[in-house]
Write a protein that binds this ligand. Structure first.
Ligand code: GSH
Length: 250
């Protein structure tokens, strides 16, 4: 249900509604403002990077109601109709800076904030290694989207596909992700300090999939991935965010 709802939100192609109030996306304080739906969805890793960066930021969420059995997002519609989301082609998330500049695309936002706050490695090559790990995590997420249909009713077939994902496909992906980490120690994926790669690994292993227990089982042989995820999860900024963020189904 949660995945289907996320897919529905992420696939929304809503007609333009009434014009938005002009104050809707105006910055009220903080270095950044990140606007997305009231969901983790495509924005949560960007939020995690903002949290880890220590920068002041504003977490703006379009409410989602389920009136009539389908997602309704009137504030999103207004923002979209106003052109306020044009930099993400009428979609969310959108990052705004306190100097008036703005940026769309979740991955561009993640990389920009990470680069701006020392979370993108110590050299061009480390940056590229971080990029590669980020793309690996995206590949795993995309594979899940292909393996387990997000739309439609829960069926036996879908349950079987989900079971296969956790029992076979995810362990295989995670083994290969572990093997793809650059050699090193220190409980970080790249170089010698925390980076976007570590945050993306934590998000994939501890935050992304609905079944946390089965994800832990799938990752059970992956010592480095687990060490990285544990290190990130123990960061006070991250554990504090997880404790205080709005609880959403997806
Ligand atoms: N690749 C884009 C995808 C953006 C996207 O599809 N956002 C969805 C939510 S996950 C959205 O705003 N859907 C509403 C719509 O397209 O009208 C990103 O990562 O930012």
């Amino acid at each position: 249900m949660a995945t289907a709802l996320l897919a529905a939100i992420c696939a929304l192609a809503l007609p333009s509604g009434a014009a938005a109030g002009s104050a809707h996306l105006r910055l009220r304080g903080g270095l950044y403002k990140l606007t997305y739906f009231d969901a983790r969805g495509a924005a949560e890793l960007a939020r995690i990077v903002l949290v880890a960066s220590g920068a002041a930021w504003e977490d703006v969420r379009f409410p989602i109601s389920m009136e009539g059995g389908k997602p309704n997002v009137p504030e999103f519609q207004k923002a979209k109709a106003s052109g306020a989301l044009a930099l993400n082609m009428g979609r969310a998330p959108l990052l705004e800076l306190d100097d008036g500049r703005a940026l769309g695309q979740s991955r561009a936002i993640e990389r920009f904030v990470a680069r701006s706050h020392g979370l993108f490695g110590g050299s061009e090559f480390e940056g590229a290694q971080i990029d590669a790990i980020l793309e690996h995590t995206r590949d795993v997420r995309d594979a899940y989207g292909r393996a387990v249909p997000a739309f439609g009713a829960e069926t036996e077939d879908k349950a079987a596909k989900r079971a296969q994902w956790y029992a076979e496909a995810l362990p295989d992906w995670l083994r290969r992700l572990e093997a793809a980490l650059p050699p090193g120690g220190n409980n970080v994926a790249v170089g010698s300090s925390l980076s976007l790669a570590d945050l993306a690994i934590w998000h994939l292993l501890r935050d992304y999939f609905a079944d946390a227990e089965k994800t832990m089982q799938a990752a059970s042989g992956c010592e480095r991935l687990n060490a990285i995820a544990d290190m990130v999860g123990a960061m006070p900024a991250i554990s504090g965010w997880v404790a205080k963020r709005p609880q959403t189904a997806f």
